[in-house]
Design a protein around this ligand. Structure first.
Ligand SMILES: *Cc1c(COP(=O)(O)O)cnc(C)c1O
Length: 371
């Protein structure tokens, strides 16, 4: 069976883990954590990056940092992963679900303003498949209504919108290094801070609510509990693994892009024949080949396509169960509008295998099966 995803290893992961071990520092915030954070800061042009043990953790940090209080509303798509909403629900926030655009499957920026109420605190755009949301419009709305923007950039390492890295445009952003993403450390993530005023408090929240940072810098002689926080940082073994991946991020992205482009060419005739629709990447954005998906014409056709692929040994998967239709989404969230597209897309989407090591031949076969 050709699985949907296969984690890629650069070959240097174990070498760096051995170095971390030899150094004798395995807790968080060591040399490898610093290297990874500097890489993100330089590559993405963000004021501060903090490694976390997941993107989920980075979003939770963002919810604490933006002071989400019970009853505060956070506007986001329903077509996303659980953590986008759950992070805010932990603080008592109410996710307000908005429909998506038919082309990129990202939040429909034209529906955001109608969802704003006096309780609205933030907008959380999710850049699906590493294709940017309409950030100029979204940042404009946020400015006009004095809202914060937290980008869920889980899919987005090395993806840009109008020349700017996704995750570096809002006040805060969150990356994922989960093994299903492009650059990986098993579990892992990073909080991106673009608004300087959040940096000091973020470092306290990151280290269990303590002023350990000031202690490590010799500014105080003992550290103590100063704010709410948690243990959000990964250990050095995880950071050492991640460092090996970051060093090859360009190569990883271009190899994935080759496979993405091959699918795109192979499936063009299918699209012309009306059998499926391929992903749409608007001009001005540079995606990172995180996902190759197709939209079938109906739920039944998706089921058939998936079954045919499976029969020949290829695993294709669907997602997301729209959050507004999930048990927790119904309990904690609220809808803004009807979300017809979200429902429709979630019933027709199919994600094809995409990983480094997938061969042209396998892709040809997949295209034939879908024909
Ligand atoms: C994967 C993902 C997350 C969660 O990432 P973790 O690192 O697994 O916590 C959040 N949002 C989106 C859109 C994702 O795809």
């Amino acid at each position: 069976m050709i699985s949907f995803n296969r984690p890629y290893l650069t070959g240097n992961e174990l070498k760096y883990i051995a170095q971390a071990h030899k150094k004798g520092v395995l807790a968080g915030n060591g040399v490898f954590t610093q290297k990874c954070q500097s890489w993100v800061e330089q590559m993405m042009h963000v004021k501060k990056a903090l490694l976390t043990h997941s993107c989920t953790a980075a979003l939770e940090m963002a919810a604490i940092l933006t002071d989400i209080q019970p009853g505060d509303e956070i506007i986001m798509p329903s077509y996303t992963f659980v953590s986008t909403a759950n992070a805010f629900v932990l603080c008592g926030g109410i996710p307000v679900f908005v429909d998506i655009r038919p082309d990129t499957l990202n939040i429909d920026e034209n529906l955001i303003e109608a969802a704003i109420t006096p309780r609205t605190k933030a907008i959380v755009p999710v850049h699906y498949a590493g294709v940017g949301c309409e950030m100029d419009v979204i940042m404009g709305i946020a400015r006009r209504h004095k809202l914060l923007v937290i980008e869920d950039a889980a899919h987005c390492v090395k993806a840009t919108y109008k020349g700017r890295e996704l995750g570096s445009i809002g006040h805060l952003g969150a990356l994922s290094f989960h093994e299903t993403k492009n650059i990986i450390s098993g579990e892992g993530g990073a909080l991106l801070i673009n608004d300087k005023k959040f940096i000091e408090r973020a470092e306290i929240i990151w280290q269990k609510g303590t002023n350990r940072k000031a202690f490590q810098q010799g500014k105080i002689d003992k550290y103590t509990w100063v704010d709410m926080g948690s243990s959000f940082l990964p250990g050095e073994i995880t950071a050492a693994f991640l460092w090996a991946q970051m060093q090859e991020a360009t190569k990883i992205t271009s190899k994935r892009a080759e496979s993405w482009q091959r699918y795109h060419e192979l499936l063009e005739p299918h699209e012309i024949a009306g059998k499926l629709r391929r992903p749409i990447v608007p001009k001005g954005g540079d995606h990172n080949a995180h996902t190759y998906y197709i939209l079938l014409n109906s739920m039944e056709q998706r089921y058939q396509a998936r079954k045919k692929l499976e029969k020949k040994g290829f695993m294709a998967v669907s997602h997301y169960v729209p959050l507004h239709s999930s048990p927790a989404g119904k309990k904690y969230g609220r809808l803004a509008g009807k979300l017809l597209l979200t429902q429709d897309i979630s019933e027709r989407i199919l994600r094809l295998p995409l990983f480094i090591g997938l061969t042209a031949r396998q892709q040809n076969t997949i295209a034939e099966i879908l024909g």
